[in-house]
Design a protein around this ligand. Sequence first.
Ligand code: SF4
Ligand code: SF4
Length: 415
Amino acid sequence: MKLEEKIPRRAEVEDLLARCVQCGFCNATCPTYLATGLELEGPRGRIGLIKSMVEGHAVSEKTQHHLDRCLTCLNCETSCPSGVEYRRIIDIGRAWMKDCIPRGIGSHLPRVMLSKMMAHPIGLGLGFRVGRWFKYLLPSAFRPYLHPPRRLNLALSPATETLRTVLLLQGCVQRHLAPAINQALSDVLVKLGYRVVEIRHADCCGAVGHHLGDSETAKAQAKKTMRALHPYLLDPTLQGDQAPIIVMTSSACGLMLKDFEALYQEDLEMAEDAKRIHQCALDPLELIERHVSAIRHRIDHAGIKGLSLKIHEPCTLQHGLKLKGRLAALFSSLGFEVSQGVAPHLCCGAGGVYSLMNPEMAQSLREEKRRHLGLEGQGDAIALTSNIGCMLHLDSKGEVVHWIEFLQGLFKEGR
Ligand code: SF4
Ligand code: SF4
């Protein structure tokens, strides 16, 4: 099918594509290229496919297949010496594909369901409950997401001196599968003196729809999140150096918050809020690392003696938010011996909903990552990560946990 007349952002993408000199350095860090050795399974090949679409050449299911197989891990963006913004190119390419190549029902239905379900928290909660009942009838790729939710019982320490206001967005999947993670962040921030406001009436930030190339759903979900934050952005007591800090505990969602600005840059009604959210959004890591010395005195390492501590920095943290090495550095500076294992830059295969759509590739990357991290056959090892998708995908028996939950558990009683 030709799509020449259907390209709405031609100038933008031509400009982005022009920066690629086709040197192929990026292929060396691309998990799907490394796994298959195929040019079209690497960033240079995918960029070539999108370029060919822009030039008006016919596109087919083959193009769709190779774009679908990209994890959007952005390793290629980090390794590109020419500064090619691969993320923007693949986002535009996927949006075109959605309009131009119809999908078979087997591929279309799960995508629509996943994308739309995120917009309906009640339906999502119900979906997880029903999914747990019928867990063993569903494809094995779904099972890591169907464990009973873990919960924490916390006794919050009162704040001594109130620092800034933190707006904590709850996320969609996480509030059903691991609400303890948000509770842990809230608890640690309160201990450090922050005023934490939990924003409950926002649903999915739009990351899932965005990842699936469903930009309409992603924009609608992002808009709902922005509306939930709007009153705080206007609050006269939260301006200047008292501006709120906006956090989400999943680094994939945090990256999406940063992307609101690009998503809404041409929307006069939303652009201003999107820009402020971009400025106010921080990954929890950026917040906690400001308090290393205070935390050092309040945590207890004794309980984890002899435990091998591994750090898994998700692609969204290292390549998306550009915080590579900072999670490992945080735990090092808190006095832990940490290891990131072999090839820490490589994706674990979770990739948002990638593991549900491409289970074989995801599984092979998972096994490789577990081996690289030293989680296979090494006795007492625990891996810390910053993204619920990676956590559930990599975990086998509770040894992969969110770093904030781990840190919260180390605080000495009453501190
Ligand atoms: S994206 Fe960057 S590294 Fe990859 S081929 Fe293009 S210029 Fe080279
Ligand atoms: S985003 Fe990841 S999987 Fe996709 S082309 Fe780049 S390195 Fe490869």
